[in-house]
Ligand binder design. Structure first.
Ligand code: COA
Length: 234
């Protein structure tokens, strides 16, 4: 169990003490730490890749806070905090605008096996996005990608991920975004997206996509759903 989960009983519904704020660019380090803590050992794709916490953090830093810029400078990240526990960070959502963001940089020191894993995951992402590929080429400010959403174990099932998604979607719609999409790798993830108004438009077997030719990634045994939401009527 992670530090955040220890000592906190599993909660259901009504958590008035949870506040959701847009993450400032200066908070990138705490948001990435939260991402690594909440995804490692829990999110199916991250588990399948199997990198250590330290390796995940160094790769996340290069991708989201590297020379190509700070992922939060577009104002597309939010953090959920528990006001009853000294504003402890307990959840986050990180989005990006694929048409506006530069191609994410990769660390120079990736091993050959890590590079093969990255290539396999990139191919997987392209395949899952294929039905909407034409829409992703539209102008910046049109389509929003939900890169990651996570909630600490002791806080699951209380609707916090749904609230994070709703906050991000309302803000995106107010800024003129017309649609949002996400790749969901588990039932809880799919379910909170559905509750926030997304629908599944494409399903791909993880087994088909996650095995690199040299076996760099094991069979996943789980499916991935491409979730879609029109923001025009938000
Ligand atoms: C996925 C995740 C963000 C959900 O957070 P959350 O705050 O618990 O989500 P919500 O409470 O808003 O909604 C969860 C829904 O999934 C349902 N759910 C929970 N476990 C489930 C399961 N095993 N199968 C099906 N549905 C499940 C809940 O019942 C709830 O739906 P309901 O309100 O209709 O009952 C959280 O589990 C998490 O951080 N997981 C690890 C990281 C991850 O996988 N992120 C998603 C990447 S695609």
């Amino acid at each position: 169990m992670t530090t955040l989960g220890r000592g906190i009983r599993r909660m259901r519904r009504n958590m008035p003490s949870i506040a959701i704020d847009r993450a400032q660019a200066s908070e990138i380090e705490s948001l990435l730490s939260l991402y690594v803590e909440l995804f490692q050992d829990r999110e199916p794709l991250t588990k399948c890749i199997g990198w250590s916490r330290e390796r995940m953090m160094s790769i996340a830093r290069t991708m989201y806070a590297g020379a190509d810029g700070n992922a939060l400078s577009q104002g597309l990240g939010w953090i959920a905090r528990d006001q009853a526990r000294a504003n402890q960070d307990i959840g986050f959502i990180l989005c990006d605008d694929p048409a506006a963001a530069p191609t994410a940089a990769l660390p120079d020191d990736l091993t050959a096996q890590e590079m093969r894993m990255v290539s396999a995951v990139t191919a997987w992402l392209e395949a899952i996005r294929s039905p909407v590929q034409d829409k992703l080429g539209l102008a910046a400010g049109t389509g929003l990608h939900v890169s990651a959403v996570g909630v600490a174990p002791g806080y699951e099932g209380a609707g916090i991920a749904t609230r994070l998604l709703q906050t991000a979607m309302a803000d995106a719609a107010a800024r003129g975004y017309r649609f949002a999409f996400a790749e969901c790798t588990s039932s809880p993830s799919r379910r909170c997206h559905e509750k926030a108004g997304f629908t599944s438009v494409h399903r791909v077997s993880g087994e088909k996509l996650l095995v690199a030719e040299d076996g760099a990634l094991a069979n996943s045994g789980w499916d991935v759903h491409l979730m879609w939401k029109d923001l025009a009527n938000e």
